[in-house]
Design a protein around this ligand. Structure first.
Ligand code: PEP
Ligand code: MG
Length: 802
């Protein structure tokens, strides 16, 4: 039997007035928890705490249901012994909790122990609690779990309480999905970061940046060297601008000088303006980041529209305070109430209210939007960036960004990367003051605060060289990627976001070789409809102004599951239900995407690319569905390009082997080396333990690329490569040497690869590739390649593999 202490809720729940807040506020708080949390378990723990507090129960628990074995497991609780989390598990035929799933109805008991279905789990210490109310958590009409509240007092729950718990459960079901989405993005991002780090290092070496001499010099007192996480590469030197500098009560008018009616009108006008701003920001986000789900801004708007907040402010105005002082006092009350809460997360929610309060206050005072006075030398320092702040980032010419919070998958990090603003996250900003001189090293994840002169000089030099390097590269923008002996290579861009187009154009991409369409599907709550997709794809096609855009159909699964796609747990997800296999099974969803891609071809040149093809049968089925999609569009009278080229990714070994059959069915091939390497060498591309075995220069990989290229060229069809290998300068000679005439990569890498191509003879690259293809080991391939590169006068790259 657990000790009473062990049965104590993890934290004492403060008795707040918040309990009397309307249902709406509770749901809103839960929504806020959803948008702010990083991991599922932490999020669910906070939710059960909030629910118990607001429903005035001593216990709230959440059991998640696993359909495979039809069992329920305790995932989060406040009130029961927390050590039983993950340990208490029951089949649906056991206990009251199982009974809820069996019936798919709420179950209530005034004294649970007297119920015939009651089963005692001693590890929970639940014997102290009598009244029991539980409702099913249902996701897409399937059971997903059970939400339970319990009290020690024997009582009957009212109908309103049952309804409330059901509403919360409906919310929780979408939360579970949302959290899984976040986890998915996190793991994908880790991979992106690793690649980015590798390429940043390669760039530095390629440019023969002088090595920093010796160890970093000790930082004198008064200076600081803060380490964080590199979120967007590059260097920046500038002055700190703290985003959170709040408007303080010092200068605010305290007593009102107008009538209460006039003052209330003034307050309401500021409130309306604030709401309008938020709606405007939401629209801006839609314009610049159309693939994002901007619902966070909706929740901010809802907070501003909360009647309890306004009622309290207006009451104070009636008592004689100015609108500013009333608002400030109410916001303070809210913030303090949140601050007094035991839960760190809830404490932080106070910041949201503060943020919203600041917006209204600024509008009352007629002060400019925070951060609007950015200058080009500013490094933005903030705890977190709200979605609305992203619009500011997008508009301002920031030199760098330093954030305390936010993951590399956060909106801010994605946007900063997309805008190529050097960014470091996970840095404690308390040591940074407004106007401090900062250095942001977005490659290493380091921020220097008021650094000594020698460090400043070193970084100034690095920044200068980096800029000169980029200037030199941008001079190549409109020049072709052509070898010295006249062989033309097409360089295209891989993109994920609409905003990546800026960089594709800026770096001289000759087209989009790979548009990965998954991201909007991962960041929304359901599959996107045809019209939404048409709009998104058409914008991208129009943005490329006549240059071809290769749109790849959904490559979901493995490490990219949207939360709403119910997928059974798989032992080997990379060998499981992923990519084209999902699309072919969900023919409706697939055809919606096919129609949307076809319709976008009315705007400009589009190519359609199918991922993970492993057999000829799959291609035949895909083509049938494309034909059906065409007929449907014909019937509906939608125009599209009737000659739209269709291609497949060659990224599974069987496709390499069947290349000569596959090529007859399609117009082009695109080699996806990221997957091809992992499947060919049986090395998980995301597993650090085996990372050294993941080798692009493995002889089997080179031979597979050479074979596929030869087959396509002999058939007179186009072939390109769009895996990360295309962006690796070490591999360029080998790739063009085996006959690849089109490479697609992150826009950032295009100029480097172009410069390299323009510095060599194709005939020499071809000779070198022939030698490489004869070699049996990675070591021999590398030494032959490096030797050849040295002979050809290409920059010394041997250090890259240290
Ligand atoms: C690949 O596998 O090489 C590829 C480009 O696709 P992704 O990285 O999206 O799997
Ligand atoms: Mg792939």
């Amino acid at each position: 039997m657990p000790t009473p202490a062990a049965n104590e809720p993890r934290r004492a729940r403060p008795q707040t007035r918040a309990r009397r807040r309307p249902v709406f506020s509770l749901l809103e708080d839960i929504s806020t928890i959803v948008t702010q949390s990083q991991d599922l378990r932490g999020m669910l723990e906070r939710i059960v705490e909030v629910v118990a507090e607001r429903m005035d129960t001593e216990v709230c628990s959440l059991y998640l249901y696993e359909p495979r074995d039809r069992r329920l497991t305790l995932w989060a609780t406040t009130g029961l012994d927390r050590s039983s989390i993950g340990r208490v598990s029951m089949s649906v035929s056991e206990g009251l909790v199982g009974y809820v799933i069996e019936r798919m109805q709420p179950v209530m008991a005034i004294d649970a122990m007297a119920h015939p279905r009651y089963k005692y789990f001693p590890e929970t210490g639940e014997e102290r609690y009598h009244s029991f109310l539980a409702v099913p958590v249902v996701e897409r009409q399937q059971p997903a779990g059970v939400l339970v509240v319990q009290t020690s007092r024997r009582r009957r729950f009212s109908l309103a309480e049952v309804r409330l718990l059901r509403t919360i459960a409906a919310h929780v079901s979408s939360i579970i999905g949302q959290a899984r989405l976040l986890e998915t993005l996190e793991s994908k991002e880790e991979e992106r970061r690793a690649l980015q780090r590798r390429m940043s290092a390669a760039l530095r070496d390629l440019e023969a940046y002088e090595k920093r001499e010796g160890k970093p010099k000790p930082v004198p007192a008064g200076h600081a060297r803060l380490t964080g996480i590199a979120a967007s590469p590059g260097f920046a030197i500038g002055r700190a601008h703290l985003l959170e500098a709040p408007l303080t009560s010092g200068g605010l008018p305290q007593r009102r000088t107008r009538s209460a009616r006039e003052e209330i009108q003034r307050y309401r006008a500021a409130l309306r303006k604030s709401i309008e701003e938020i709606v405007h920001f939401r629209n801006r986000v839609r314009a610049t980041l159309p693939e994002m789900d901007a619902s966070i801004l909706d929740s901010h708007r809802l907070m501003l529209e909360d009647e309890t907040l306004s009622a309290r402010v207006e009451a104070l105005i009636r008592e004689g305070l100015s609108a500013e002082a009333s608002l400030e006092r109410v916001v303070k009350e809210y913030v303090e109430r949140f601050r007094s809460m035991g839960d760190a997360y809830l404490r932080e929610r106070g910041l949201d209210i503060q943020d919203i309060g600041q917006r209204v206050l600024r509008n009352l005072l007629g002060v400019r939007e925070r951060g609007r006075n950015f200058s080009a030398t500013v490094i933005l320092v903030a705890n977190e960036l709200a979605l609305s702040d992203l619009v500011l980032i997008e508009q301002a010419e920031l030199k760098g960004i330093v954030l305390a919070g936010g993951g590399v998958t956060s909106h801010a990090s994605i946007l900063a990367r997309s805008l190529e603003i050097p960014t470091v996250i996970g840095v404690d900003p308390s040591e940074i003051r407004e106007g401090d001189r900062l250095i942001v090293d977005g490659n290493a994840g380091i921020v220097y605060v008021n650094p000594p002169l020698d460090i400043v000089r070193e970084y100034e030099r690095l920044e200068r060289e980096y800029r000169a390097f980029n200037r030199e590269l941008s001079a190549l923008r409109d020049l072709p990627a052509v070898t010295r002996d006249g062989k033309r290579i097409k360089l295209e861009a891989n993109i994920v976001l609409f905003s990546d187009l800026n960089y594709a154009r800026q770096h001289g991409a000759e087209g989009i070789g790979l548009y990965r369409t998954e991201f909007p599907f991962l960041s929304h709550r359901d599959f996107l409809g045809e019209e939404e997709q048409v709009e998104l794809y058409s914008r991208i096609v129009a943005g490329m102004e006549g240059k071809p855009v290769t749109i790849r159909t959904l490559d979901l699964g493995a490490d990219k599951y949207p939360a709403y796609l119910r997928v059974p747990r798989e032992e080997n997800p990379f060998l499981g239900w992923r990519s084209i296999r999902i699309s072919l099974e969900m023919a409706d969803v697939f055809k919606t995407q096919l129609r949307a891609i076809l319709r976008a071809s009315a705007v400009g040149p589009v190519r359609m690319l199918f991922p993970m093809i492993s057999s000829v049968e799959e291609v035949l089925r895909v083509k049938e569905l494309v034909q059906e999609a065409r007929e449907e569009l014909d019937q509906a009278g939608h125009p599209y390009d009737r000659g739209l080229p269709i291609g497949v990714m060659v990224e599974v070994p069987s496709a390499v082997d069947l290349a000569h059959h596959l090529i007859r069915e399609v117009d082009f091939f695109s080699i996806g080396t990221n997957d091809l390497i992992q499947y060919l060498l049986a090395v998980d591309r995301n597993n650090r333990k085996v990372a050294p075995l993941y080798e692009p220069l493995h002889p089997a990989v080179l031979r597979a690329i050479a074979h596929t290229t030869r087959v396509a060229r002999e058939a007179g069809k186009e072939i390109s490569i769009c895996g990360e290998m295309a962006a690796d300068p070490v591999c360029t000679l080998a790739l063009i040497g085996v006959g690849l005439e089109a490479l697609s990569m992150g826009p950032f890498f295009i100029p480097v690869i172009k410069r390299l191509i323009r510095s060599v003879d194709f005939a020499s690259a071809e000779r070198l590739a022939r030698r490489l293809l004869e070699l049996p080991t990675v070591k021999e391939v590398k030494s032959c390649l490096f030797e050849g590169m040295r002979e050809l006068g290409v920059i010394d790259v041997t250090e890259l593999y240290h």
